[in-house]
Ligand binder design. Structure first.
Ligand SMILES: Nc1ncnc2c1ncn2[C@@H]1O[C@H](COP(=O)(O)OP(=O)(O)O)[C@@H](O)[C@H]1O
Ligand SMILES: [Mg+2]
Length: 241
């Protein structure tokens, strides 16, 4: 993987940084509003069904939960962006089983999304030292992107493997992929690429930036391999310690 330049904080970026940040907060408010509308309608319908003794459809509740998940991830990303800008995005590594952490992240994502995810895990526990909540956050971000940028129902594979030095997690999708010239840039702050312009669905361009910070603070690396048109494999490696 090619080393990537660290971006500067908005405090150092002057007025441009402030403009960028307020544009992102505006976009975030818009996304939250867009997610809250259908959520409110679904809950109103469920309430009416419950009051009239009708069964509340499971699909409606699953949809409501997915919307809440989406909003809460967005809010967490915004809080982390502020922490990162203040130099306060710290990780708290502790002994943990990476295999269980990856399985749990995939399970969490599956609960809110009807996607076709295959999980490929090695046999046996993988005890290492890492920040489990942060590593789950990275996996959830990669899964969210895979689902967002691929055609509905397209399969996604999450694979965990290891060498003696590193554990490697890859999230492979069959979406549009990422062109060579975009591959390093999309890990920068506020950068959105061709896939985002094509789908025209909301996003803030901070997910992969936060993933990179989290992985780098673990002493690891993150990247993407892709043949545009045939899908993408987003991967990250964590040192086995
Ligand atoms: N699985 C993927 N397939 C194709 N492009 C992707 C994928 N994941 C991320 N990208 C590209 O990387 C960009 C940055 O991703 P991210 O930082 O998560 O921000 P956002 O999803 O809000 O745009 C996206 O706008 C998109 O162009
Ligand atoms: Mg994203």
């Amino acid at each position: 993987m090619t080393p990537r330049k660290r971006t500067s904080s908005p405090a150092a970026a002057g007025p441009t940084g402030v403009d960028e940040t307020s544009a992102v907060f505006g976009a975030a408010a818009h996304e939250i509003k867009n997610a809250l509308g259908p959520l409110a309608m679904t809950l109103q319908l469920a309430e009416r069904q419950a009051l009239t003794g009708q069964p509340v459809a499971h699909a409606d509740l699953a949809f409501a939960r997915a919307q809440v998940q989406r909003i809460s991830r967005l809010v967490v990303d915004l809080m982390d962006l502020t922490r990162a800008d203040l130099g306060q995005l710290v990780i708290h590594p502790a002994p943990c089983d990476l295999r269980a952490t990856i399985a749990s992240a995939v399970e969490t994502f599956r609960r809110g999304h009807p996607s076709d995810i295959t999980l490929e895990l090695p046999n046996g526990a993988m005890p290492m030292s890492f920040d489990a909540a942060r590593v789950e956050q990275v996996v959830l971000n990669l899964l969210e992107n895979a689902a967002r940028y691929s055609p509905a129902g397209a399969p996604v594979v999450v694979e965990l493997s290891r060498t003696t030095a590193f554990a490697r997690i890859a999230v492979r999708d069959r979406g549009p992929g990422v062109a060579d010239h975009e591959q390093a840039r999309i890990f920068e702050r506020f950068v959105r690429g061709a896939a985002a312009r094509a789908t025209q669905n909301g996003g803030l361009g901070i997910g992969l930036y936060l993933c990179r910070l989290i992985v780098e603070r673990h002493g690891g690396a993150i990247g993407v391999d892709s043949v545009p048109g045939a899908g993408a494999s987003f991967w990250f490696e964590l040192p086995c310690r």
